[in-house]
Design a protein around this ligand. Sequence first.
Ligand code: BES
Ligand code: MN
Ligand code: ZN
Length: 503
Amino acid sequence: MKTLVLYKDQFEPLCDTLILPFYEGIEFPKKDIVLNDDLESTISYLVREKLFIGKFNQVESFRTLKEENPKNIILIGLGKEEDLDLERIRISMSKAIKKAKEFKSRSVEIHPFGMSSNISYFDSCRALVESAIMTDYRFDKYKSKSETEKCIDIEELNILHPSSKKTEKVEDGADEGKILGMATNYARDLVNEPSNNLTPKDLANKALELGKESGFEVEILEYEKIKSLKMEAFLEVSKSATNANNEPRLIVVKYMNNKESDEILGLVGKGLTYDSGGLSLKPTSSMLTMKSDMGGSASVLGAFKAISEAKLQANVIGVIAACENSISAHAYRPGDVINSMAGKTIEVMNTDAEGRLTLADALHYIINEEKVSKVIDVATLTGSAVSALGSFVAASMTNDDEFYKYLKKATYLSGEKVHKLPMYDHYKEQIKSSIADIKNTGGKEAGAITAGFFLKEFVGNTPWIHVDIAGPSYLDKDKDYLKKGGTGFLVRTLYHFVNEYNK
Ligand code: BES
Ligand code: MN
Ligand code: ZN
């Protein structure tokens, strides 16, 4: 999608569809909106007759039935001006883009004049572009050509501003929106890719390719190297697949672009390319979507794509322990006691609680070998987080409330919802083992929290945030600018986190 910001005051639409956003309780005509007489009278009629009142989520559209542009008009309601936020802008824009696609439109133009008094043009422009690009996403590489040829993509998006607003860096907002929208779609592609075509080795190759394209360093550690590092918990989870020639990979990505700081931010992503549950086998219905168990690593790679393309001034290292949790005579077992890179022994209560085992080693590695100063892990870790918070909100935990403040700021900018769970000491009792240092499950209660406590055992005093994205990283139906399947959840938040943290 080509995006362009145009400054002009006359009415001369270049695109076939014109999108006009309005607040609730609008007066029309307004003097800052210049339209031709025909359109002005049609919209005046809709407003006068209260057919369109600008309520949030309201969409009213019509064809002009003329040869010249615009051929279609879409009015979108933004709701009350004081209630407008960036997420409302994204949601309204996604409604408009879907409508434009119904009209078989290939080029759209939006006039966001006077879009808001409490949101900058920079931010609202970013949200508009982000939303358009995310809404236009489709994953159809496995459909035959005849079906995909019918699909219409929006090729051109123009954002119009009155020339008096030229000072507000609107173009930069649009550029950032484009980077973020595409980075999110990149992560969605990774998650949507079936496990037979995205093994740990394939994921490593994707990272290498992305690093070359977007401009960051990538290092891939193979089995022997992982073994010599004594990442035994990671290797135990990988063991069954390793014996079927599907070996694990440790993917290390580096973007070092702030010489003035010796701080390095660490990002760890869960990278289970498939989670069958292992010997603690999942039922088919739960297994069905487990290609998405590398959602955390997709978010980390998507964030690296955006961070490096936007050339943020920051030092960031990402680590992904990529493997498959498979079942066979070579698989690790419930009841086994295994070791970890940190030297802590772990009693395996359930082989389906595999994510935390791989993350324990990845966290230890990134802190002790890559020497990051602070770390965030992102993981599709527990069904318990989904039970507690549903599909639109991620669960988070931290050992450092100061560090956590940047996540709050970042989620405000991204619109992604993350809710903090408590870390009372008594939860730790649940993961005490009678024969090893720790066990990998904490019983029926508070499963998302005990999983977080398990990870905390492997970060020492390093400031750390854990985000459990099991709910929002994969949707079973379309929602606003997202579609059924991988969502790229947290790509945009991680980007803003890194940006805010280095300001
Ligand atoms: N990958 C799953 C968590 C998951 C569940 C992600 C649903 C996305 C949707 C994880 O490895 C898992 O199996 N967790 C178990 C832990 C339990 C055995 C303690 C769970 O949540 O049931
Ligand atoms: Mn599992
Ligand atoms: Zn898993």
